[in-house]
Design a protein around this ligand. Structure first.
Ligand SMILES: *Cc1c(COP(=O)(O)O)cnc(C)c1O
Length: 231
């Protein structure tokens, strides 16, 4: 198990580097987030020992337990699941980056809870690029307005955009969603929102991360290719 996880991580890193070389990007500009939902703290420790430094969790309760058990390791935890407003207080304590902010209501609560603990919480805005299937994520057309409102929040820092496209077996069918997110990010940066620089694009998972990198991903979220199929 131990060797397998280390080998899997190396294989993913290798594919990230090869993809970057192919499309002329610097591989340091793409970070791998090891997605650990349903993965035990013991296995996460194995991944840490194999060199993983960034982890993504989907559920607050599960993350609280795991982060507690692994508190001594200098790794960074990101939240990538759907965040309920009433869990904001836990989220700001646990996570360096919250990828899934998609409403003013949630952002307001995160700002408030971050202020209580004296933190500036980094966030990404989750966008529903295709407007299909998934119910989470804000529409592309409403994104600018949301980010403009958030620019005034002292305890939030918007760093970029995130997308969870609908599931397709074929990465090429997902590509338009990745491209759409990058184009939206570029156009928002061009229109210029005071105090906001959208550098990050969180997109791409096990089945499609190479297409995501080709379209500009700065963070890919990888579970299955590292830890195997989830139960
Ligand atoms: C589970 C999950 C992932 C990882 O998916 P894999 O296909 O296992 O790599 C990435 N992003 C989000 C938001 C997830 O929920």
């Amino acid at each position: 198990m131990k060797d397998e996880i280390a080998l899997n991580m190396m294989a993913v890193q290798q594919r990230i580097m090869e993809t970057c070389t192919r499309c002329g990007r610097d591989s340091n500009a793409v970070r791998m987030i090891a997605v650990t939902k349903t993965v035990s703290a013991e296995i996460v420790r194995v991944a840490i020992q194999a060199g993983a430094v960034l982890f993504g969790e989907n559920y607050i309760q599960e993350a609280r337990e795991k982060c507690g058990m692994l508190a001594k390791y200098p790794v960074s935890w990101h939240f990538i699941g759907h965040l309920q407003t009433n869990k904001a207080k836990y989220a700001v304590k646990l996570f360096d980056l919250i990828h899934t902010v998609d409403s003013l209501r949630l952002a307001t609560e995160l700002d408030r809870e971050a202020r209580k603990i004296g933190k500036v919480q980094k966030i990404l805005i989750q966008v529903n690029i295709g407007k299909e299937a998934s119910k989470s994520g804000i529409d592309a057309e409403s994104t600018e307005m949301l980010i403009r409102s958030l620019a005034a929040f002292p305890n939030l820092s918007v760093r970029g955009l995130m997308v969870i496209p609908p599931f397709f077996d074929e990465p090429e069918r997902v590509r338009p969603h990745f491209r759409g997110l990058r184009e939206l990010r570029d156009s928002l940066n061009k229109s210029g929102i005071a105090g906001v620089s959208l550098d990050e694009l969180s997109m791409g998972m096990t089945g499609d991360f190479e297409a995501a990198i080709e379209e500009g991903a700065t963070m890919v979220r990888i579970g299955t290719a590292i830890f195997g199929e989830r139960q």
